[in-house]
Design a protein around this ligand. Structure first.
Ligand SMILES: NC(=O)N[C@@H](O)C(=O)O
Ligand code: NI
Length: 167
């Protein structure tokens, strides 16, 4: 099984999978009479159907045992999904490009710097949220509506991957 190289998250590296929501390196303009910097439209919320809603939730996630064997990835075919850390902790991301199924050889892993959120574009394969802290809180912005919006793909045994952040 391939051990994933964990890359530092950057806008450029993550571009095939979605957006990085951060102030570092992002443009802004002044609002509120010059008292506030607006880092405008860092990402957009994708929803597939006119009657869909973009919703805001909080995920309180517990850490997975590490090293983790990555057995599956999921995707949301009807909308995007954003995770913004509420406590300023780094977290892990495992993704694969859009396609009928995730390709094991194209799976990539990233680690955030604690000041970054991400927005998975519609259909991007990803692992369910992966904390580094024992427990962590995320603001999540994603799509609510009718129809199935979560496909899961389970890798064959020889396609599984290892995520080992503490080694
Ligand atoms: N299922 C759910 O709402 N969470 C996942 O989509 C995830 O990416 O964590
Ligand atoms: Ni998801």
């Amino acid at each position: 099984m391939r051990t994933l190289t964990i890359e530092p998250l950057t806008k450029e590296a993550f571009a095939p999978f979605g957006d990085v929501i951060e102030t570092d390196g992002s443009d802004h303009f002044m609002i509120n009479n010059g008292s506030t910097m607006r880092f405008h439209k860092l990402a957009t919320v994708e929803t597939a159907k006119p009657e869909d809603n973009a919703i805001i939730s909080i995920f309180r996630a517990d850490a997975q045992d590490m090293p983790l064997t990555v057995c599956m990835l999921e995707r949301h075919p009807l909308g995007s999904q954003a995770f913004i850390p509420l406590l300023g902790n780094p977290f892990l991301i495992v993704v694969a490009p859009v396609g009928d199924e995730p390709v094991s050889g194209l799976v990539r892993a990233f680690v955030t710097n604690g000041r970054q959120g991400i927005n998975y574009h519609r259909g991007v394969w990803h692992h369910p949220v992966l904390t580094i802290e024992k427990r962590d809180d995320f603001l999540v912005v994603d799509r609510s509506g009718t129809g199935n919006n979560c496909d899961e793909h389970f890798f064959k045994e020889d396609e599984r991957l290892i995520l080992a952040p503490h080694q």
